[in-house]
Design a binder for this molecule. Sequence first.
Ligand code: ADP
Length: 368
Amino acid sequence: MLKNNKVAPTINATLERERLMSLINSMADGVIALDQKAKIVVVNGAALNILNVNISLTSKSIKDVIKVIDKNNQVVNIQKMILDAKKPVSSRDLRLVYEDGEMINLLLSISPVRMGFGKEDTGGYVLLLRDITREKSLEEERDEFISVVSHELRTPITIAEGNISNVEMLLEKSNIDNVTIKDALKQAHSQTTFLAGLINDLSTLSRAEKGKLSVEVEPINVHDLLCELTEDYEKEIQDKNLELKTSIDPRLEALSSSRLYVKEILQNFITNAIKYTQKGYIMIGANQSDGGVEFFVTDTGIGIAKNEQEKVFDKFFRSEDYRTRASNGTGLGLYVTVKLARLIHGEISCESELNKGSTFKITIPNLS
Ligand code: ADP
């Protein structure tokens, strides 16, 4: 009886371990478990395949097994990266370098293993590895295609848009009062403006995804910037019979950031507010905040349903609401806005109520 009692747990433990190992070994992704000092405890077959080794890696230090470089070809200190991970982190921008100099694109996820619920100390780490070379090359091809197409389309569309706008102005000044021509031109103008915006979003997006967007910090006179924006959109807002309001904090100080990106972000908020508002007003404003400026654009438009509010920043997301679908859009504007906001460390938030309206805010810190 006593003997049985002693033996049973050992058999159980061995069985459990074998079961766990076969489970880990049947995974398509590489899995490596490490102890607190980043020494290897368990490796599955897929990880050995990715690392291209057929020897036992147990108790080896991870830094002697994996050599990775980042997208700027700089060697990454993998040991430090792992030991610094206080919560799960993952990167798609690393390349694994083999002994012979060959490389693959690697998806690497690092998860610290907690010793118990709520406990801070780690009992080691679990790494997940996946060869994403093919996905990366498809992504690169897609980005290259978008970059070439948007570059090639930009000039003809700008010329067409400029010409249509000139003819509209000439017609306005002349005595010709042909409603059909005016309507046709108005439509052509609005469609070319939409195309120009789309090309601009695609081009910004592809440059952002290639890490090619640089930030030029300069002092921004926030008051002047808001006046410029209200002037730019005044006519469009009036044409829709909407009221334009401004709310500018008198304590505003100069902001040190990228004027280009701040303006582009606010333009995206304002064009959306105009597009998705049929009656009421649009308010553009700024408040001084700790170490920066909080900008906001409020509208009394169609609003966004609660279950869609998180998704509005996703790539290509457009609401299913028929009132959204009634206007042109690509679902890229807010996605690009988030990319630009990240570059200048801005924090975006959205508050909205269906059928009442929305407020999009961005808090931008002073950059040195
Ligand atoms: P687009 O406007 O081209 O569709 P965006 O990325 O700018 O793309 O916005 C994504 C979606 O978020 C929109 O399609 C719309 O459903 C919603 N949205 C954005 N701004 C507003 C707003 N001010 N009011 C209501 N819905 C909005």
